[in-house]
Design a protein. Structure first.
Lengths: 307, 343
């Protein structure tokens, strides 16, 4: 009996579910998390497959077919979401605009999360030196409205989506650094960090391997919500003419192009607007679901036997 | 216990901490001792006596304000970088008090144990994996636990992981800071027996920090007693427990004797910020004289292998006899080998 238990134990070799898998499973088990994941999957697929899905060239103008209403409102030419004042197919433009908006949101959020994580780790680890400087800097930055700075910076470096992304990514460090610096300085005092030092681990390894995992939860939650916000910010700045420059376009610049002709072809404004809303809502829902998935008190409610 | 060249020696260690208000707290004040090869030196004292700070200086987590640390024949007091890693981190290990906080919650047991090897570039990934497996068996853990996270293990199992991690690089000295304090009594006994087995088989030396006198009596060859940052008595465990020379050691030892022989210290332990002049123990010592207020008693040899820091060594003697060593009964090791946390 004992030997059997022994062999059974050895052959089964239970490898516990990884934290990433576990968190994803929890987020999926949450209703809003599931909605968010499905929505985001659809949005990402739509963006990726835009060349296949788009019924026509998004840049092709056809003044003869300008300002046609959506086909289900009786518009001619079978344009699912109608055409804009230059006769371009709104649905096709929506898919391509979504592409750029998603890239801006995801890439910028990721870059600023990494940047913020790094600075937050340094600020928390060297709390009396680098931390002091960085946190005062963060205070200053918090007091300055971004749009004012964005407009000023864009005036200096010139408009352009890549420049805008860099500015947004750099600007975004504050939220991450502020959120995690405190936890970092707590975690660095934990015995397992001391243990890592006694076996000879170097500071970068200690920061990345031993401290970062403990603060990754808030970073990922922030990443998700900020991806939505960044899509919105990019739209706003593109509308002001500071972001995406023609002939490129995002959901935001579609709004900018069409808002003057709102009365003539409202569909060219409303659908990109709705798309922005869906993207932002999806990222926010995901953020909420991840918050619950990372939060231990909610965790026990969901799955009491696991802990 | 014959000790030829000691594995480690600390000399006149001092540690000051700056505290708010520009004052200085002297946590450790001139501590000197050595740890012999294959020997267990028990370092005892109340919390706040500076024993953990001594350990942290010995393993070079803290830098001494003054004094020196020697390890394996080399002065390691001021080593840094690669030399520190090669001469200290590679050769000296630590076992911590709390099994739950000394393991990274996001590392699987296998990663925890492979890390020392990885850090010091010992072996290939495959060889490391096998070394981890061997070590897990050595400390009585089912190698199948390698894929588990620390929270899925019991306290005793986690402490075995902590011990295994300390052993991965085949160190000559292990600093154990209250390694059994957070464990249940029966599990404590298992861990203590494991530490003793490992010492016997691997020729390890231990600096064993504890406030559990029974434990010190049971497993250390020699004992060093600290009070308020100073070493007050050092000697062979059996001798110190039979005939303590310092009044503080006498009080500690009397706690293990029959109730009527116990000597209770007067008052509270003074604040380390505001230590008494002369002998630090005088404010609580029943045999203190005027001289104790003036002169700091040096730690001097009072008998071969015995040192005490007292102007009147041996004058305070606890009555009764040293209680027989309590050998904790440990359940056999089979249980943790086969136990599986049910899902």
């Amino acid at each position: 009996m004992t030997t059997m238990a022994k062999t059974a134990g050895r052959t089964r070799a239970p490898r516990s579910r990884s934290r990433a898998a576990e968190t994803a499973r929890r987020a999926w088990s949450d209703a809003s998390g599931r909605i968010a994941m499905v929505l985001l999957a659809v949005l990402v697929l739509a963006a990726l497959l835009a060349p296949l899905l788009a019924p026509s060239d998004p840049a092709a103008q056809n003044l003869a077919a300008a300002s046609r209403p959506p086909s289900w409102l009786g518009g001619e030419g079978g344009h699912l979401l109608g055409t804009d004042t230059l006769g371009r197919d709104v649905f096709s433009r929506l898919l391509y605009g979504l592409r750029l908006s998603m890239v801006v949101g995801v890439v910028t959020a990721t870059a600023s999360a990494l940047f913020g994580l790094l600075l937050g780790l340094l600020a928390g680890y060297y709390e009396s030196t680098a931390g002091m400087v960085l946190m005062r800097l963060a205070d200053v930055q918090f007091a300055v409205p971004f749009v004012a700075v964005g407009v000023a910076l864009a005036a200096v470096v010139g408009p352009g989506v890549v420049k805008l992304m860099i500015i947004l990514a750099v600007w975004g460090w504050v939220n991450y650094a502020r959120t995690i610096a405190n936890s970092v300085s707590q975690v660095k005092r934990m015995e397992f960090v001391t243990a890592a030092r006694t076996i000879g681990a170097r500071t970068p390894a200690i920061l990345l391997r031993h401290i970062a995992p403990s603060v990754l939860g808030p970073v990922i939650i922030l990443w998700s919500t900020s991806a939505g916000v960044l899509v919105l910010v990019e739209s706003a700045l593109s509308m002001l003419g500071l972001g995406v420059q023609p002939p490129d376009f995002s959901l935001g610049s579609m709004l900018a192009d069409s808002r003057t002709t709102l009365r003539l072809a409202w569909w060219a404004t409303v659908f990109p607007g709705l798309a922005i809303m869906v993207v932002v809502v999806a990222f926010n829902l995901l953020g909420d679901a991840l918050r619950d998935a990372f939060n231990p008190s909610v965790r026990t409610e969901h799955d009491p036997e696991l802990w | 216990m014959s000790t030829h060249a000691p594995v480690a020696r600390v000399n006149g260690l001092v540690k000051d901490f700056r505290i708010p208000g520009g004052r200085v707290l002297r946590a450790v004040d001139g501590v000197s001792f050595e740890v012999g090869r294959g020997e267990t030196l028990g370092l005892v004292g109340e919390s706040g006596s500076g024993k953990s700070t001594v350990a942290r200086m010995l393993i070079r987590l803290d830098r001494p304000t003054a004094g020196s640390v020697e390890f394996e024949g080399a002065d390691i007091t001021a080593l840094r970088g690669a030399a520190l890693r090669r001469q200290v981190r590679r050769r000296m290990a630590m076992v911590f008090q709390s099994s739950s906080t000394s393991l990274n919650p996001y590392q699987r047991v296998g990663e925890v144990l492979a890390e020392p090897l990885r850090v010091h570039r010992v072996g290939e990934a495959g060889a490391r994996g096998r070394a981890v497996e061997t070590m897990m068996e050595r400390v009585g853990l089912d190698p199948a636990f390698a894929g588990r996270y620390p929270r899925e293990l019991s306290g005793g199992q986690r402490q075995r992981v902590g011990i295994a991690r300390a052993l991965m690089l085949d160190p000559s000295l292990i600093v154990a800071d209250e390694p059994t304090a957070s464990l249940d009594v029966s599990v404590q006994a298992q861990v203590v027996n494991l530490l003793q087995d490992l010492q016997r088989d691997l020729g390890l030396s231990y600096l064993f920090i504890t406030h559990d006198l029974g434990l010190v009596r049971h497993l250390s060859h020699r004992v060093a007693v600290m009070y308020l940052g100073r070493l007050v008595e050092v000697g062979d465990t059996a001798q110190v427990f039979a005939e303590p020379a310092h009044p503080y050691a006498a009080m500690l030892v009397s706690m293990r004797r029959q109730a009527e022989h116990r000597i209770l210290p007067a008052g509270e332990i003074p604040s380390p910020i505001d230590r008494p002049s002369g002998c630090v123990f005088r404010s609580r010592c029943p045999i203190a004289q005027a001289r104790c207020e003036r002169d700091v008693p040096p730690l001097v040899e009072i008998a071969p292998g015995r040192r005490a820091a007292c102007h009147f060594p041996g004058e305070l003697r606890p009555g009764g006899t040293d209680a027989p060593v309590h050998v904790p009964a440990a359940p056999p090791l089979v249980a943790p080998l086969t136990s599986q946390k049910g899902r």
